[in-house]
Design a protein around this ligand. Structure first.
Ligand SMILES: [Zn+2]
Length: 335
């Protein structure tokens, strides 16, 4: 289900509900040295309860590892691919218009990007372009597959997103390789085209592209669909059910950005970078999280203290193992 979001639910041709999605996630390996699978399941009643329940697969694609949600707004369909837990629950959004598909973000792991590509092919429309929201590896690594399978599709991003990928992307991939082996990309795929801010029409759909700095990442795109009243917030907003990534020390400005998103009137449906779409109340819960993380960061001398305190502050949020990952990067940057 999509908590508090009746509009999305009503329009949904949902293939998998949230709880069904989590059942699939429960079957995935955890990505990092953190919680073992059983501990994660025990911490989360939903995972524990549904662990190996049958009937969780999409009938149309019984072997698919990720989950797809489809939501229709008139002539526009938003297809959301959600990776299993070991792929960080990353979302790839596929915006299907009358004649083409626009793909946002490319997954962390190659097999999940491959599932995205196979799904897009079932839509029977060409990929107009691929747009990358920000320079974090979990969103661009899988572009290797998408650019291979849609060779004509150019990759766009805001000016400034490609540079850190070119500079540090290889090191990032190398750091994931001991964990994921051949499931992680073998080469970097950086955007080659620049997306400009403001209103643009692509395949008859109006987009309002916004640029935000110093929030979850140094630089990040948000895309508004003013006619559908959908805000694509990517990693600016997190689900109230999951820990946010706090990998850079931009807590204060991130909260300012969230207030700016909150001021956008009428955007009740928000697609996010990780997990299923949320209601706008998730902006408030993200503010609460970032504020507490800022306090804990100020009071914590090392990554371990930060991580343990943050997990203790939000014991009900999933992806606890990701807090260790965030803390490592946050404190490495501080040195
Ligand atoms: Zn992310």
């Amino acid at each position: 289900m999509l908590p508090g979001n009746s509009r999305f639910r009503r329009l949904s041709q949902a293939v998998l509900s949230r709880s069904q999605f989590l059942q699939l996630a429960a079957g995935a390996l955890l990505p990092l040295a953190g919680l073992p699978r059983s501990a994660a399941a025990a911490k989360n009643p939903e995972l524990a309860q549904n662990g190996d329940a049958p009937g969780t697969k999409d009938a149309a694609a019984p072997d698919r590892m990720g989950a797809i949600l489809v939501n229709q707004f008139g002539p526009v369909k938003i297809h959301s691919y959600l990776s299993p837990l070991d792929g960080f629950h990353v979302n790839t959004q596929m915006i299907e218009g009358p004649t083409a598909v626009v793909i946002f973000d490319g997954q962390l792991l190659l097999p999940y990007a491959d599932e995205v590509a196979s799904y897009v092919q079932t839509l029977g429309k060409p990929v107009d372009r691929i747009i990358l929201s920000h320079a974090h590896t979990d969103h661009w690594a899988g572009l290797q597959v998408l650019t291979e399978r849609f060779a004509g599709a150019r990759v766009f991003a805001l000016d400034g997103v490609a540079d850190p990928i070119r500079a540090r992307g290889k090191a990032r991939l190398d750091s994931f390789r001991p964990i994921y082996g051949d499931r992680i990309a073998t080469r970097i795929t950086a955007p080659t085209e620049t997306i400009t801010e403001g209103l643009q029409r692509i395949d008859g759909i109006t987009y309002d592209f916004r640029r935000f700095v110093d929030a979850e990442a140094d630089l990040q795109l948000a895309a508004l669909l003013p006619e559908q009243k959908v805000l694509m917030a990517f990693d600016l907003v997190f689900s109230p059910n999951e820990h946010a990534f706090t990998v850079v020390d931009h807590f204060d400005h991130w909260m300012i950005v969230l207030e700016q998103l909150k001021a956008l009137q009428g955007y009740d449906t928000i697609t996010i970078g990780h997990d299923t779409p949320v209601h706008r109340s998730a902006i408030d819960s993200t503010i609460t999280y970032v504020k507490r993380a800022r306090e804990i960061h100020a009071a914590s001398a090392d990554a371990k203290t930060y991580s343990e305190s943050l997990k203790a502050a939000f014991p009900d949020r999933q992806l606890a193992s990701m807090v260790d990952f965030s803390a490592k990067l946050l404190y490495a940057a501080r040195r």
